[in-house]
Design a protein around this ligand. Structure first.
Ligand SMILES: C=C1C[C@]23C[C@H]1CC[C@H]2[C@@]12CCC[C@@](C)(C(=O)O1)[C@H]2[C@@H]3C(=O)O
Ligand SMILES: O=C(O)CCC(=O)C(=O)O
Ligand SMILES: [Fe+2]
Length: 358
């Protein structure tokens, strides 16, 4: 059984798309990081989205729903949010506030280290974990105002390079976080299957299995001297079944909604953001949109987030589930293994779904 990091092994990136800028040493926005307004709009069109107000947000406060997991109608509310938005915020999710705060604090400590120390754990060109730019960097004409740290399972190999004298606390917290996030992701998957009327026989046997895949991405968006011309994280959809994001109390995350344009996802102190990724879009036969999202930056507040990506085992074959196909009568996607889809996405980004259209 292959692992997620193995699935990324042959998808190598050149070093300039891995090594982040030394943000502490720059006083102005370098040209390499100065985006034209149109850079991300062009990109959005390449995702074959049309319509929508592109720049201004006129949604009159409309945003993704905030759902209480303990609400007796949670299944219906979550299902409808997946259909209408491909995202929602979740309260009473059962993950302790203390764990989330400790993980955020570890992320802050990590990103506050001098660049020389962080690059000791630089992701290798063929590697999947460690410190670096976002993997999607090569698809955009400019670099993002962002640095990340990717974890798949135990981070101890990478953490020891940064803290040779002790990284146990960091490692224990990241492992505990993944363990708890996995339970929540499985619970959400069951709820969403129930909403889709997926029967027990059809119920996919990998949910709850030990080889389902999970990864954590710590994200940092440093203070930016010219925030309007910079981009924190360029528009993308996640290559997961679903993603659970904790965002710090700094605004920046936006989702793209047909007809509304870019809609902010306001930080809510006790909520986690849940995004539908490409794999649920495929399984639901496009009944759920995989939400396009991006992150903006600001001048005065460094922003942090912690994303947990959940998916089936890499060898699992993903295809529209019969119950969802019935509603639409024809399967819109061919079958692909998770590993194959990761490869297609790594080469085509927003074009990946069109390439597996039936
Ligand atoms: C499990 C995942 C999901 C990855 C790849 C791999 C590890 C890092 C994740 C991210 C995190 C930042 C945005 C993204 C778009 C990126 O560039 O790296 C994500 C990507 C994906 O959703 O495709
Ligand atoms: O920083 C955020 O709020 C979102 C991060 C994100 O989209 C990702 O890591 O894939
Ligand atoms: Fe994302």
């Amino acid at each position: 059984m292959a692992t997620l990091s193995e699935a990324y092994r042959d998808l190598s990136l050149p070093l300039h798309h891995i090594i982040p800028l030394d943000f502490s040493s720059v006083g102005s926005l370098p040209d390499s990081h100065a985006w034209l307004q149109s850079d991300d709009e062009d990109y959005r069109h390449r995702f074959s989205f049309n319509g929508g107000s592109c720049s201004g947000y006129d949604g009159a406060g409309l945003s993704i729903p905030v759902i209480d997991l303990l609400d007796p109608n949670a299944t219906e509310l979550i299902g409808l949010a997946c259909e209408n938005w491909g995202a929602f915020q979740l309260r009473n999710h059962g993950i302790s506030r203390n764990l989330i705060e400790e993980v955020e604090l570890e992320a802050k400590h990590l990103f506050a280290l001098p660049t020389e120390q962080k690059v000791k754990a630089l992701r290798s060109p063929g590697g999947a974990t460690g410190y670096g730019r976002a993997r999607i960097s090569p698809f955009f004409p400019k670099y993002m105002w962002h640095e990340g740290f990717t974890i798949m399972g135990s981070p101890s190999g990478d953490a020891k390079k940064i803290w040779p004298n002790g990284s146990a606390r960091f490692c224990d917290l990241m492992e505990e976080y993944q363990k708890q996030m996995k339970v929540l992701a499985e619970q959400l998957t069951h709820i969403i299957f129930k909403f889709l009327n997926i029967s027990e026989e059809e119920k996919i046997n990998w949910v709850g299995s030990t080889n389902s895949t999970g990864a954590v991405q710590l994200n940092s968006y440093p203070c930016c001297p010219e925030p309007k011309r910079a981009m924190g994280l360029a528009p993308h959809t996640d290559t997961s079944l679903l993603t659970i994001v904790h965002q710090s109390q700094t605004t920046g995350l936006q989702i793209f909604k047909e007809g509304l344009g870019w809609v902010p996802v306001h930080p809510h102190p006790s909520a986690l953001v849940v995004n539908i990724g490409d794999l649920f879009h495929i399984i639901s036969n496009a009944r759920f949109p995989c939400v396009l999202h991006r992150v903006t930056v600001n001048r005065t507040h460094q922003r942090y987030s912690v994303a947990y990506f959940y998916g089936p085992p890499v060898d699992y074959v993903v295809s529209p589930i019969p119950a969802t196909v019935l509603n639409k009568s024809v399967a819109r996607f061919r079958s692909v293994t998770v590993k194959e889809y990761i490869g297609i996405k790594a080469k085509n980004l927003g074009g990946a779904l069109a390439l597996i259209s039936a």
